[in-house]
Ligand binder design. Structure first.
Ligand SMILES: Nc1ncnc2c1ncn2[C@@H]1O[C@H](COP(=O)(O)OP(=O)(O)OP(=O)(O)O)[C@@H](O)[C@H]1O
Ligand SMILES: [Mg+2]
Length: 121
């Protein structure tokens, strides 16, 4: 989960639309000019949904900061999934995460899970 913003003002209509879009679609894109507040809205909505058990298996927030190529994105994502899942209470998942070393392996590991996966660039 992303850290919760200490101050979050307004944007109730945008938050509501985002929640509705996430209920309706498997893939949702939030776009807008830099600094407009996309990440803030995503973080606020993540906490709102988490409190309401939106996804059975949780919410993963993946920041794309410092990912300047597809290769670095893949590598960082594998590490992110590995570190997130290796402490899983599900022993099978934890053991598989321990030896995880490919993007395809990540997808196999999470494909049957009900997860909200957020990519924030
Ligand atoms: N609704 C809000 N209430 C309070 N602070 C906000 C709100 N929206 C944005 N901010 C603050 O404004 C700054 C810029 O917002 P944010 O990082 O969410 O923009 P962004 O659209 O994700 O930008 P970028 O495209 O560069 O990633 C941040 O410091 C954020 O905490
Ligand atoms: Mg942002």
């Amino acid at each position: 989960m992303p850290s919760k913003l200490e101050i979050f003002i307004g944007r109730s209509s945008e938050c509501q639309k985002l929640v509705e879009a996430l209920n309706d679609s498997r893939v949702v894109t939030l776009s807008g000019i830099s600094g407009i507040g996309k990440s803030a809205v995503i973080k606020e909505v993540s906490h709102y949904l988490y409190a309401r058990n939106f996804m059975k298996d949780g919410i993963l927030y993946f920041s794309l900061v410092d990912c300047h190529s597809v290769e670095s994105l893949f590598n960082k994502f594998v590490l992110f999934i590995k570190n997130t899942l290796k402490d899983s209470e599900d022993e099978e998942i934890a053991n598989k995460a321990e030896i995880l070393n490919s993007f395809e392996g990540c997808l196999r590991l999470v494909k049957d899970k009900e997860i909200l996966l957020i990519f924030d660039n």
